[in-house]
Design a binder for this molecule. Structure first.
Ligand SMILES: [Zn+2]
Length: 211
């Protein structure tokens, strides 16, 4: 079947997202770039535990549905804006995990506090300005805040992650949620120690050197 592997990869990322508690109910969404015309995306309001590979709708770059019975995610325009701006993005994952949301509500970026955050995300996790969900403009706000990084907090909303494949998107979403927990707790203890600029510079070289 055409796109079979892509459908399996996206479904595995969805199952990993649910299993690691990054979403509850039908919230959150994941998309995968099939080619320069088509994107596979999770459906809106459909239970993840009932989702099979053939259920995933396909949309074009304008957000119109071109394949599948189930209606695509209401946040598809945000995903498409990111795909258009970031050619290396193969997968976009959007979650509402708890500590990420705490930071997004408190209006706090996650600074570069742990080595693997800089190496895998490309620095701390920036905070995009508030924009209404489901819009192209939310994608544009995310892109503006992202720079070259692979994760961005959406103010009063959640997290958006870019992956060069489905596994990377899931791993980064899990990493950022864990680092958000570390950051919030360190802040409650009253002391957040950031990595030094020299360490961040060296780790950014590693981030940019990844194949
Ligand atoms: Zn959302």
């Amino acid at each position: 079947m055409e796109d079979y592997q892509a459908r399996q990869d996206l479904l595995e990322a969805v199952q990993g997202m649910v299993a690691s508690g990054l979403v509850t109910g039908t919230s959150g969404n994941v998309s995968l770039r099939l080619d320069d015309q088509r994107v596979l995306i999770t459906p809106t309001g459909y239970p993840y535990d009932k989702l099979g590979p053939d259920d995933l709708p396909v949309i074009d770059m304008e957000g119109d549905q071109v394949e599948g019975e189930l209606p695509p995610s209401s946040e598809r325009r945000t995903h498409l804006a990111v795909f258009q701006a970031r050619p290396e993005a193969q997968v976009v994952m959007h979650t509402h995990s708890v500590y990420v949301s705490v930071c997004a509500v408190a209006g706090l970026e996650i600074p570069p506090i742990i080595d693997e955050l800089v190496i895998r995300v490309g620095g701390g996790v920036p905070l995009a300005e508030y924009v209404f969900p489901g819009t192209w403009e939310l994608g544009e706000a995310a892109i503006a805040a992202l720079g070259e990084r692979r994760a961005v907090l959406l103010r009063n909303h959640g997290l958006l992650v870019i992956g060069r494949d489905a596994r990377e998107a899931l791993e980064i979403a899990q990493l950022v949620e864990r680092l958000a927990q570390v950051f919030v707790h360190a802040r409650l203890l009253g002391n957040v120690t950031e990595l030094t600029p020299d360490v961040v510079r060296r780790e950014l070289d590693m981030f940019r050197g990844q194949a």
